[in-house]
Design a binder for this molecule. Structure first.
Ligand code: HEC
Ligand code: HEC
Ligand code: HEC
Length: 380
């Protein structure tokens, strides 16, 4: 009886000790999880911190200091952040958005960022989510001419001009298939691709709006319409240079051929030289020729430009470019330091909030090119 009591007592003491030890381990274990969580948080903070630096250096010029948008989309936007996975941001940033101003950033595509850098930027963008404002989406209307432009820069290499097919890939502009397949099928096929069969996955490369532009094109083809892509030589030159920088001479050749269809005069001559260099396999020569042309495109005529200048620009910039209401242009560091395509855009759009109003609707692109050729006499 006594021993039974003792036994019970020892059991209870043992049990209590065990509980104390276990409890201690529990506390230790809890502490360890917190430590791990804190370590993970510090790591995440460091990512966000590094991401902020990259964003400030590389992205604010287009996406705004607070991600509010500008040339580029607003990224500090609740709707976008909620609906976009990190993986999608990751691959859009790596590969850029073709036919838009969003460049490819990955070192794999000739950009400056490693995959780790891109993850840092994604972490930084993601950190906006809790406080991101709700931005009213701009109503988007799909457009088949935009679709046609995208198709020729992105799909035609495999699917042929006007989607008529090549040895590489089937025709998309195929009446029988267009009649029997629904847009949802095309949407899914374009987004998912068939990587095993050589059809790339576009859902991570193209924006949803761009896919809708392609669907608008497919709709137009289904109705039997012919859709002309609105080629701009400026864009084609930029694409050709980009392709050559990535070592893709075939695409560059395609862009040069297209540019030749719209280019005239001295510029067409230079383009023909580049085409010859490409067919001789002189890729670095072609790259030099095309980059120089891209910086000066569109070429204008300075004599015609002088006349346009005295009509439109003298009142503010002075007959000799000495300045007045407007800044001096003789000489102008701004003109000397800008590529012609940038100056064209500047003169089209003007500078907001100043007397320098845009000339869109008043001067054509060719006239602006002439004025720029004239301004370059003052500021080579
Ligand atoms: C030269 C201008 C430019 C620069 C620099 C630029 N972007 Fe963009 N970015 C754009 C444009 C324009 C778009 C919209 C493309 C389109 O029409 O789909 C875009 C789109 C994006 C998108 C997709 C948004 C969406 O709606 O899905 C992301 C993400 C993005 N950019 C991130 C970045 C990051 C990160 C950097 C810096 C490393 C950067 N961008 C630098 C112009 C730029
Ligand atoms: C690198 C070559 C390549 C590029 C670039 C490419 N595709 Fe394809 N695509 C293919 C191949 C190959 C197939 C056929 C796959 C198969 O046999 O299942 C295909 C199939 C398709 C189909 C299904 C056709 C059908 O009738 O079954 C569609 C739709 C399509 N591509 C759209 C596009 C669009 C839109 C683009 C541009 C955004 C594009 N593709 C860019 C190679 C390409
Ligand atoms: C109504 C007055 C006015 C007219 C007309 C005008 N400008 Fe300007 N322009 C300005 C002002 C003001 C500025 C300076 C804006 C600012 O404060 O940044 C300016 C700036 C510029 C600049 C940038 C200079 C720099 O250093 O930043 C260029 C280039 C330019 N104008 C070209 C033209 C050309 C070419 C024409 C004719 C086609 C023209 N402007 C007509 C008022 C005018």
């Amino acid at each position: 009886m006594n021993s039974k009591e003792n036994y019970d007592r020892y059991t209870i003491i043992g049990l209590v000790l065990t509980l104390i030890v276990l409890g201690g381990m529990g506390v230790y274990w809890l502490g360890e999880t917190t430590r791990l969580a804190e370590a993970a948080e510090t790591l995440a903070d460091e990512r966000v911190h590094r991401g902020r630096e990259i964003f400030t250096e590389q992205c604010v010029s287009c996406h705004g200091a607070q991600g509010e948008g500008g040339v580029g989309t607003a990224l500090n936007n609740r709707g976008l952040l909620k609906n976009t996975l990190d993986d999608v941001f990751f691959s859009v940033i790596r590969s850029g958005v073709p036919s838009t101003e969003m460049p490819a950033w990955s070192v794999d595509f000739g950009g400056p960022l490693t995959d780790e850098d891109v993850k840092d930027v994604v972490a930084f963008i993601r950190a906006w989510e809790p406080t991101a404002p709700e931005i009213e989406p701009v109503v988007f209307v799909p457009d088949e001419t935009r679709g046609a432009l995208l198709f020729s820069s992105t799909c035609a290499l495999c699917h042929g001009e006007d989607g008529l097919g090549t040895d590489e890939a089937p025709a998309i502009n195929d009446p029988a298939r267009l009649a029997s397949l629904e847009n949802d099928w095309y949407r899914a096929t374009i987004r998912n691709g068939r990587p095993a069969k050589g059809m790339p996955t576009w859902g991570t490369v193209l924006s949803p709006d761009q896919v809708e532009d392609l669907i608008a094109l497919i709709d137009a083809w289904r109705d039997g319409a012919e859709v002309e892509a609105a080629f701009s030589v400026t864009d084609l030159l930029a694409s050709a240079v980009f392709s050559l920088e990535e070592g893709d001479a075939d695409s560059a050749g395609l862009h040069v051929t297209r540019a030749l269809q719209s280019a005239e005069g001295a510029g067409a001559e230079v383009l023909r030289n580049a085409a010859v260099q490409l067919s001789d396999g002189d890729e670095s020569g072609a790259l030099a020729t095309l980059s120089a042309l891209a910086d000066q495109w569109p070429l204008g005529d300075s004599t015609a430009g002088g006349e346009i200048y005295s009509t439109y620009c003298t009142p503010c910039h002075g007959a000799q470019g000495e300045g007045g209401i407007g800044l001096p242009l003789n000489p102008s560091e701004f003109v000397a330091g800008s590529r012609t395509p940038e100056l064209v855009e500047f003169i089209f759009e003007g500078r907001e909030g100043t007397a320098m109003a845009g000339f869109d609707g008043r001067l054509t692109e060719a006239e602006i090119a002439d004025v720029i050729a004239f301004l370059r006499l003052w500021s080579p």
